[in-house]
Write a protein that binds this ligand. Structure first.
Ligand SMILES: NC(=O)C1=CN([C@@H]2O[C@H](COP(=O)(O)OP(=O)(O)OC[C@H]3O[C@@H](n4cnc5c(N)ncnc54)[C@H](O)[C@@H]3O)[C@@H](O)[C@H]2O)C=CC1
Ligand SMILES: O=C(O)C(=O)Cc1ccc(O)cc1
Length: 360
């Protein structure tokens, strides 16, 4: 029997989920207080617009903003007495508390959180492959039924995600460190660029782009996420403050005194960063892939990139990842090609022989 998923909130996450589930043969119905959002989601093939003539859903996925998600979950639990209800909000404990206190049948509620998103909100930014290969946290509570957990897990698996199961408090502590504080750090660094002269901003390279990519995120959404996970975010930010204070202290010493020992402090902060960075897993939570990166200068001409990839293929070298750096108004870009370490030297030699400008 076809599983009917009702998606409440047809923005970036709800519409992406609708497209992905529809592609996998689920029946999807869509609801949103914004008629424009729900029509756009339908036009993007995320599902049908829900109406009262439809059979009841088997599962409801609430993809509404975090500050209303708990209320919507409670409404949906009460409205559909046989449906499992989940939500995709980026915080879990504060929502669970409201659901448990509401008197609704919480045994059918299992929280969840896809660790996939974009800097843009709204249905127009949706993508059917958003969740493919990404982590998806399933967050049961003590009263959740096994059947409800299984159903929520099956949705995540259907859209290509790798499921982790953990309780709400553990989820909130984890995402404070891997998602919420990184968002703040990115925003704080990007804010330093606001008043820089154009000549300084014009020097921006890949480093600042990497660090500030998520600073373009929606402030309304993120204010709600940070407020909804305040205790855990505050604890991580205290660690950040201790490191920032140590760095400022070391720099003060270098500026004002002989700076004895301060280089050690700077080096320790940077080395600790190396250790943290090395722990970031690759796809599906596997160990970090130790690829070598070869940078190739690519002329901004039709067919250049295709020619490069063909040359690689002809050399029998497999592409593991590709990142393009392309400065505005520049006649060339830089293709950063990831390959297994044993392929770095042969690739450098072969591409150089064919006339490409290469760097490792
Ligand atoms: N944006 C991201 O990268 C990620 C977001 N999430 C979570 O998913 C949820 C949705 O986020 P986005 O899709 O990015 O937001 P969005 O702003 O793109 O979409 C939210 C949608 O919910 C609708 N909505 C507002 N109030 C509602 C209500 N009372 N009932 C039903 N729908 C309502 C809005 O009209 C909008 O279409 C949030 O809880 C967020 O924390 C989870 C993972 C990633
Ligand atoms: O852009 C990224 O790297 C993300 O990881 C996006 C994201 C944003 C919010 C979430 O709650 C989960 C994931």
């Amino acid at each position: 029997m076809t599983t009917h998923v009702r998606i409440v909130g047809a923005g970036l996450i709800g519409t992406s989920l609708g497209i992905a589930l529809s592609n996998k043969g689920f029946r999807v119905s869509l609801v949103d207080p914004s008629p424009t959002a729900v029509r756009l989601a339908r036009d993007l093939r995320a599902g049908e617009i829900a109406d009262d003539a439809m059979p009841p859903p088997d599962v409801v996925a609430v993809a509404a903003p975090p500050d209303v998600a708990a209320r919507v979950v409670v409404t949906e639990l009460n409205r559909w007495p046989d449906a499992v209800v989940t939500d995709t909000a980026s915080v879990k404990e504060s929502i669970l508390r409201v659901v448990l206190d509401s008197g609704a049948d919480a045994s059918r509620y299992v929280g969840s959180h896809p660790m996939a998103g974009r800097e843009r909100s709204g249905a127009a930014a949706a993508r059917g492959d958003l969740f493919d290969g990404r982590a998806w946290v399933v967050v049961p509570h003590e009263g959740s039924t096994e059947a409800a957990v299984r159903l929520v897990r099956s949705l995540a698996v259907a859209v290509g995600s790798a499921v982790s199961v953990m309780p709400a408090h553990e989820h909130d502590e984890a995402v404070a460190a891997v998602s919420h504080v990184p968002q703040l750090a990115s925003s704080i660094v990007a804010a330093c660029l606001r008043d820089l002269p154009d000549t300084a901003v014009g020097l921006a390279g890949p480093g600042i782009r990497d660090v500030t990519r998520i600073a373009a995120s929606d402030p309304r959404l993120w204010t709600q996420i940070l407020a909804g996970n305040a205790p855990a975010v505050r604890d991580v930010m205290r660690h950040v403050r201790a490191d920032v204070d140590a760095v400022i202290g070391a720099l003060d010493e270098l500026v004002e005194a002989d700076g004895h020992g301060s280089l050690g402090t700077l080096s320790r902060v940077l080395e600790a960063g190396n250790l943290g960075h090395a722990r970031i897993p690759g796809k599906h939570g596997s160990a970090p892939a130790a690829y070598g990166v070869v940078s190739v200068v690519v002329p901004d001409e039709p067919g250049s990139l295709a020619r490069l990839l063909t040359d690689m293929g002809n050399a029998g070298i497999n592409l593991e990842d590709l990142h393009l750096e392309h400065g505005l108004g520049q006649a060339v870009g830089v293709a950063e090609i990831s390959v297994v370490p044993a392929s770095v030297e042969p690739l450098l030699t072969e591409l150089a022989r064919l006339g490409w400008r290469v760097h490792d």
